[in-house]
Design a protein around this ligand. Structure first.
Ligand SMILES: Nc1ncnc2c1ncn2[C@@H]1O[C@H](COP(=O)(O)OP(=O)(O)OP(=O)(O)O)[C@@H](O)[C@H]1O
Ligand SMILES: [Zn+2]
Ligand SMILES: [Zn+2]
Length: 805
């Protein structure tokens, strides 16, 4: 046996981080490479499972019996050396399995067993075309059906960039090639044919003349040929039959943002921006893995700093990765990057179809796109030769994945920065406490943009005490001061952004006679009323049922709606200001593809006076005529059982306030709250991040919370409550044995929302500073959890959890 491949197999019920050894049969020896996906027989039944080759070794002296690799799924590796190392590190950091990490890194299309197709690129010569693609069409790529010689030949062509393997998606919306035309004979031969037919078949002659002008290697779209010559498809097909030309598919990429973007030139930087760009440039020049925190107030021009830093990296022939939170991945931000870097930009986010995602991934992998913009998972984009990594709104909790592997994109970005010896730039108006604390310790270089561009002032913020408002004007979502301010904007033809911290029509239904609240039968939480579908929905499991008209408990008809949702607020507002044109932006109104973009475009073009939305309007929007921001309910997040409640509230209020007065007209903000004295609200009023940081650090110190302590959360869940609780107590006992007296164990407790999707959840949170044993104890818990997993018990380990609910 010449070679042995180490394969990480994908068997969900029997995960392990150790690869299995497989023999590489002679016929696959030329093909198998590190980082390729393969299929292998597994277990007693020898069923075929997929896996990834993570090691190759010489098997000459191996005399045992090994099962052979069954087939190779890729022609080129899907994981390069960097990403393989990253997967190992990620598995270690997040207590996830290596194969799970690898799957997270690959585009969706590569995760499933999709049909594969091999097809020519424009580099393929007509002779090779004729040999390997006799019918001119892409062919199925199935190693078990191709003979060795063909396989070897294709492999050679692939290395030369002459063919490639693509993955067929089943949906019809993926047509991504157009028919192209290549001349199949020499100019002299074509000329001879032309002379021969010129009298009797002028159309054919015309086509033959045209073919003589074409390159023999670069196909021209058939539609183009028809347009230029005026000949029909039938004439072209006849010419193909005569051997004068060949048809070859031309790949066209799907562009997820079709709208043309007007190019922009770099702006002249102000002093603070220039200082920041200079510092970052130096790190790029010196190929240092130095990390920066760009702490810049809202509207201070952070984006311009990012763009000019990216330009520096590109000038040096390196690439750039820019991460933005999903929610901020608005067309506005994408357009700003595209306007500067044009077709060099690839965009990755969850709104793309699998095919679009894969197209972008391939453009990156081939080096065609050198600037990658994307949400969390884009941190795994296969960009080579990185010169800079940027993470905008670095405080956003959506950068943490809340399923396996539970990674934080910031940690991955920092790892890649070290790997590529390039700077990582974390930017925010309201940095996470962790990041700001690290900057204090000197781990990140802090670059401060303390003022808005052009010395525009920050908006004036008013806090409205809703307890008083309620006494004076009764129940309403709009206080008098806010309404007056809205009316003033309408009179002056300026624009208003209103934020409501919720979705749906009203949060729950309650009986006024007996207090009965309609809850989800699967989860222990109230159902939400949705007026668009006229149903009650559970936001956790998706359960849906009819709206009750009588109380299911006491049969009273006095069952009514409580709470506030965007649709209800929209209706109330429309009654209060009948002339206002209102756009609503929430999960429901943005469900359709492109809806988000459309609403923002309408607002930008002044087709509406008021943009009313949920948290999704808080970030990144840059509209010059918005001079008023209103926050209808500032408190919703304050009461949550989460030590980050204040931080989140402060961040959200500061970010949304920052939408007001960004250009020449001054901005004003009204924050309605039932807790006007809370420090998060008071400091958001002053937009004083530094004081908030100091205050909140003090609170964290007192409560022994991050960033003073590390935290890890372990959760056990089962349909049977006792089973979940028992498992959790056993886990806690095991953990405690391995911990020193300095560690703090919170729990076990039922989760704040104890029952979700028919399962009960118990959790423990361990806070610690230095516990060398903890890692191996948690490893053991993870291993042990594999067996009960088959009986419905699941155990998750979440390092530095973001969500305590
Ligand atoms: N040097 C400059 N000269 C003139 N205008 C600038 C300059 N830098 C940025 N701007 C403009 O200032 C506005 C605000 O900048 P930008 O959106 O980058 O701020 P930001 O710091 O990212 O804000 P936020 O955190 O609120 O999103 C934009 O319209 C931008 O075009
Ligand atoms: Zn539910
Ligand atoms: Zn009742």
């Amino acid at each position: 046996m010449a070679q042995i491949g180490q394969v990480l197999v994908d068997v969900p019920t029997m995960q392990t981080n150790d690869p299995y050894s497989y023999a590489i049969p002679a016929e696959l020896e030329q093909q198998v490479q590190l980082g390729m996906r393969v299929t292998v027989p597994f277990g007693r039944g020898h069923r075929v499972v997929s896996g990834v080759v993570v090691g190759l070794s010489d098997g000459t002296n191996f005399d045992g019996q090994l099962k052979p690799i069954a087939s190779v799924l890729d022609l080129a590796p899907v994981l390069n050396e960097e990403l393989r190392q990253l997967a190992d590190w990620l598995a270690d950091q997040t207590y996830a399995f290596r194969i799970t990490c690898i799957q997270t890194m690959l585009p969706n299309l590569l995760k499933a067993q999709t049909a594969r197709e091999i097809k020519p690129t424009t580099e393929l010569s007509p002779a090779e075309m004729a040999q390997y693609f006799p019918d001119g069409a892409p062919r199925e790529f199935d190693t078990s059906k191709l003979d060795d010689k063909t396989m070897a030949g294709l492999l050679r062509l692939q290395r030369a960039g002459k063919v490639e393997v693509t993955y067929q998606v089943t949906s019809k919306a993926t047509a991504k090639t157009v028919t192209g035309i290549l001349p199949a004979q020499s100019i002299d031969e074509l000329k001879a044919h032309q002379d021969a037919v010129v009298k009797r078949a002028p159309k054919q002659a015309k086509l033959l003349a045209y073919l003589q002008t074409l390159s023999p290697t670069t196909p021209v779209a058939q539609s183009r040929v028809s347009h230029d010559t005026g000949v029909s498809a039938a004439v072209i097909t006849a010419a193909e039959a005569k051997g004068w030309l060949v048809k070859q598919p031309i790949e066209v990429y799907r562009d997820p943002f079709q709208r043309p973007v007007t190019p922009t030139a770099p702006l002249t930087l102000n002093t603070a921006q220039q200082t920041a760009v200079t510092a970052i440039t130096q790190a790029i020049d010196e190929q240092q893995s130095q990390n920066f925190l760009v702490e810049g107030v809202t509207g201070s021009g952070k984006t311009e700093v990012y763009l000019q830093s990216i330009a520096v990296a590109l000038d040096q022939g390196r690439t750039a990765l820019m991460l933005v939170p999903e929610i901020a991945l608005t067309p506005q931000m994408v357009n700003r990057v595209k306007a500067r870097f044009g077709h060099r930009v690839a965009v990755l986010h969850s709104g793309l179809s699998k095919g679009e995602q894969y197209d972008e991934w391939r453009r990156i992998d081939r080096g065609e796109a050198t600037v990658v913009v994307g949400a969390r998972s884009a941190v795994f984009a296969p960009v080579k030769n990185l010169g800079i990594i940027i993470m905008d709104e670095e405080h956003e909790s959506s950068y943490k994945q809340d399923e396996n592997p539970r990674y934080h994109a910031r940690d991955v970005a920092l790892w890649r920065g070290r790997y590529h010896h390039c700077p990582v730039v974390l930017g925010s108006a309201t940095p996470s406490l962790e990041t700001r604390a690290r900057a204090s310790k000197g781990l990140y270089t802090r670059l401060l943009l303390a003022k808005r561009v052009n010395d525009h002032p920050l908006p004036t913020v008013h806090v409205v005490d809703m307890r008083e408002a309620l006494k004076q004007q009764g129940e309403s979502d709009f206080s008098e001061p806010l309404l007056t301010a809205i009316q003033a904007r309408l009179d002056r033809h300026e624009q208003v952004v209103l934020m409501l911290n919720r979705r749906g029509y009203s949060s729950f239904v309650m009986c006024r006679d007996c207090g009965f609240v309609l809850k989800c039968p699967n989860c222990d939480i109230s159902l939400t009323l949705h007026m668009d579908t006229h149903t009650m929905k559970c936001h956790y499991c998706g359960h849906e049922e009819a709206i009750p008209h009588v109380c299911p408990n006491c049969h009273s008809r006095k069952i009514r709606y409580y709470g506030t949702g965007t649709q209800k607020v929209e209706q109330a507002l429309q009654q209060l200001v009948p002339t206002a044109r209102i756009l609503r932006m929430d999960v429901d109104s943005t469900r359709r593809k492109g809806a988000h973009e459309k609403i923002l475009r309408q607002f930008g073009q002044h087709e509406a006076d008021i943009l009313l939305g949920t948290q999704m309007i808080a970030k990144g929007l840059d509209f010059p005529d918005v001079t008023l921001v209103g926050v209808l309910n500032a408190d919703t997040a304050l009461g949550l059982p989460d030590f980050r409640a204040s931080e989140r509230t402060f961040q959200l209020l500061t970010q949304v306030s920052g939408r007001a007065g960004r250009a020449d007209k001054p901005g004003e903000v009204y924050i309605q709250t039932f807790n006007p004295d809370h420090y998060a609200i008071e400091l958001a009023k002053d937009q004083d991040y530094e004081r908030f940081f100091v205050t909140e650090m003090h609170m964290r110190h007192q409560g022994n919370y991050p960033p003073y302590y590390f935290a890890v959360q372990v959760t056990a869940s089962h349909e049977d409550e006792a089973t979940a609780a028992k498992a959790m107590y056993q886990i806690v006992a095991a953990v405690k044995k391995g911990l020193s007296a300095n560690a703090i164990v919170l729990g076990p407790t039922p989760k704040a929302i104890a029952r979700v999707k028919r399962k009960y959840y118990y959790q423990v949170v361990i806070k610690y500073k230095h516990e060398p044993q903890l890692k191996s104890v948690l490893e053991q818990i993870r291993q042990a959890a594999q067996i009960p997993a088959r009986h419905g018990l699941s155990v998750t380990i979440d390092p530095e959890p973001m969500n305590f609910m």
